[in-house]
Every structure is written in structure tokens, then in C-alpha cells.
Design a protein around this ligand. Structure first.
Ligand code: NAD
Length: 339
């Protein structure tokens, strides 16, 4: 049976890495049909709108989108398109896997950590940010709710069960932020009781940063609030060699958007050297989400094998001599062989 997904190529290197990703998906024969729609500068220039209604409608209709990076123009009162998408579709879970790949310039090998970040509340509220008239006092609100905390912690545990993970660590600052972080922690403790098969651990955020740098192997799944998750997931990406291998999944009840964590990289756009792996790994997560777990695993394995045995085909950011196209072709060949 075929499944239609919304595809948003995006800006800058977006169209290049999207073409590479779709080449690998096609090699896997997933039965996906692509409804290509626009957002970002491309959409602004063509339709006078950074996020046209047709794009929102396509995501709502197909419930799954694969998205290239989008450029939000600086100034002019534009809100980030990514933030708008998150709010519009209530994409409450931001899932950021950090996996080691061979032959990359990373501090550690054998890392496999998934950060599950609450994506809609916490310290990132649009409202409640004030500055006094004299400019001397700036204030913002942190708001965590029982509902928001419960659904993100439950998401992390459900994901751990589904993916055969062993341990969930709730990261917090409840010793100081007794109300907001305290509520999150007490909800995490409650929800953890429903999953006795998964080890539950809790850690204060500053200690978590140190532990991640010193002994990352002790982490499996991390669940945390918005601001801490934003910071920790980039820290984890750094542990495995940076943004070129970092996918980001934005999951809600009614829609899910899969993307690379990096931006539109205007400095290398059009040069054919963008690394397609972050978007490819997002596509692998998308296949997991669609129930095609073996195919998602095949993409990750093909990237691993290409980097281990055919490193020259990789893009220069990973130390290779290849291009976006040579890298994608090598990965596509391996998934075809494995099928
Ligand atoms: P960036 O991630 O685009 O680039 C940072 C550096 O990493 C650059 O040197 C770039 O060449 C390199 N890089 C990024 N992706 C790469 C890839 N796939 N292969 C090889 N090298 C890569 O960050 P930026 O320059 O701060 O942002 C550029 C634009 O992207 C901005 O308009 C920003 O708003 C947007 N952005 C979008 C998203 C998104 O849509 N999810 C995320 C971050 C930034």
C-alpha cells in the first residue's frame, strides 16, 4: 500500500540534500508518494508567503512531512517558520538521536543517545516576556503543565519500549526551580512507575552536562523540558561529530515533521558538497514512525557501511572527497544490495 508524505525541499542546500534523500528512499522501495510543497524563502518569492496555506494543508492531510532547512529572513518581523510549524501542529516532542558513525571526527565512538525534548512550553513561551519601560528589568515566564510533562515523559517511555531501549533519564533542575522543574520531575517519577521494565534515572541538568562529556555511555534515552533539551541535544550532537549527522523529529498527535537539525547552509548552497546524512537519518526515523522499522535500520546501516568502507565517497565535512551526489549514490547502492 502506498503512503503519501508531504515533502518540503526548503532553502539553500535543502533541494540538494532532499534530492539525495529521496534517491535513497526510492532505492529502498518504500512505496512512498511525495506531495512536494513549498516553505521558506522559495515560498516567499513565489507566493508572497513564507508558509503558504497549501503547505499547511498538505502536512495536515498526509500527517507526515519530510522537511529541508528553511531560511527565516532576519528582521522585518518574521517569526521562525519552524516555531510556527511546531505551534500550528502542536508538535510537542522533539526527538534528537545522536549516534556514532565510523570515521568521523568525534570525541567518542559507540554513542547512541536519544534526547526527547518537550517542544511547546517551559521557558520558550511566546507570551510573558516583558521588559520594563526603563529597560532595566527583563522578565520571562517558565510554565510547565502536568499535561505537557505527562505527555512528553510518556512519549519517552513508550519510545523506549518500542525501540528496545533500557533506560530513561529525566533531566531537571528541581532543586532550584522547585515549581516548574519540580512538577516535571514529580510527573516523571509517577509515569516511570508504569514502566517497570525500563530503568528510570533522574539527574540535575548541570551534572548531566558533565556526565555526558565524561561518561556518555551511561545514557540511553534522556527526557527533559524545552530549554534543557535544546542545549543537551546539541551537546549530544557535538559528542558524535556535529550537526552533519543530527536528525530532528518533531512529533505531535496529528502530525509529525522530520528534518535535519542544521540550517540552510547558504555558504555552501549550490556547490554540491552538502552532507545529506542528517536529512537521511531523519528519513530513517520517519520510516520507523510509519512502521517501516527494517527500512529505517537499513538506511542507518548503509550510512555506517559507506563511511567505514567507502569513505572517499563522503562529503568533505566528514573528511571525504565526494559530493552530495556521490555520497547518496554510494548509500543508495548499499541499501539496494541489502534489500
Ligand atoms: P547552518 O546549520 O545552516 O550552517 C552552519 C555551518 O554548518 C555552515 O558552515 C554550513 O556550511 C555547515 N553545514 C550545515 N549543514 C551542513 C551540511 N548538511 N553539510 C555540510 N555542511 C553543513 O546554520 P546557520 O548558518 O546559522 O543558519 C543558516 C540559515 O538556516 C539561517 O537562515 C537559519 O535561520 C536557518 N536554520 C534553519 C533551520 C531549520 O530549518 N531547521 C535550523 C537552523 C538554522
Amino acid at each position: 500500500m502506498s503512503k503519501t508524505i508531504a515533502v518540503i525541499p526548503g532553502d539553500g542546500i535543502g533541494p540538494e540534500i532532499m534530492a539525495a534523500t529521496l534517491e535513497v528512499l526510492d532505492a529502498l522501495d518504500c512505496g512512498l508518494v511525495y506531495a512536494t510543497v513549498e516553505a521558506g524563502m522559495v515560498a516567499l518569492e513565489k507566493h508572497g508567503d513564507l508558509l503558504p496555506k497549501a503547505t499547511l494543508d498538505a502536512i495536515a492531510r498526509h500527517q507526515v512531512a519530510l522537511k529541508g532547512p528553511l531560511t527565516t529572513p532576519i528582521g522585518g518581523g518574521f517569526t521562525s517558520i519552524n516555531v510556527t510549524l511546531r505551534r500550528h501542529f502542536d508538535l510537542y516532542a522533539n526527538v534528537r538521536p545522536a549516534i556514532s558513525f565510523p570515521g568521523t571526527k568525534a570525541r567518542y565512538q559507540n554513542i547512541d543517545i536519544i534526547t526527547v525534548r518537550e517542544n511547546t512550553e517551559g521557558a520558550y513561551l511566546a507570551e510573558g516576556q516583558t521588559i520594563s519601560e526603563d529597560g532595566e528589568v527583563a522578565q520571562s515566564i517558565i510554565r510547565n503543565t502536568r499535561k505537557g510533562s505527562t505527555r512528553i515523559v510518556r512519549y519517552a517511555f513508550e519510545m523506549a519500549v518500542k525501540k528496545g531501549r533500557k533506560k530513561v533519564t529525566a533531566v531537571h533542575k528541581a532543586n532550584i526551580m522547585k515549581t516548574s522543574s519540580g512538577l516535571f520531575l514529580s510527573v516523571a517519577r509517577e509515569v516511570a512507575k508504569e514502566y517497570p521494565q525500563i530503568e528510570f534515572n533522574e539527574m540535575i541538568v548541570d551534572n548531566a552536562c558533565m556526565q555526558l562529556v565524561m561518561r556518555p555511555e551511561q545514557f540511553d534515552v534522556i527526557v527533559t523540558t524545552n530549554l534543557f533539551g535544546d542545549i543537551l541535544s546539541d551537546l549530544c550532537a557535538g559528542l558524535v561529530g556535529g550537526l552533519g549527522l543530527a536528525p530532528g523529529d518533531n512529533i505531535g498527535e496529528h502530525a509529525a515533521i522530520f528534518e535535519a537539525v542544521h540550517g540552510s547552509a547558504p555558504d555552501i548552497a549550490g556547490k554540491g558538497i552538502a552532507n545529506p546524512c542528517a536529512l537521511l537519518l531523519a528519513a530513517a526515523d520517519m520510516l520507523d514512525h510509519l512502521g517501516m522499522v527494517a527500512k529505517g535500520t537499513a538506511i542507518r546501516q548503509a550510512i555506517r557501511d559507506t563511511l567505514a568502507h567507502e569513505h572517499d565517497a563522503a562529503t568533505p565535512d566528514l573528511g571525504g572527497k565526494g559530493s552530495t551526489r556521490s555520497f547518496a549514490a554510494a548509500i543508495a547502492r548499499r541499501v539496494r544490495q541489502a534489500a
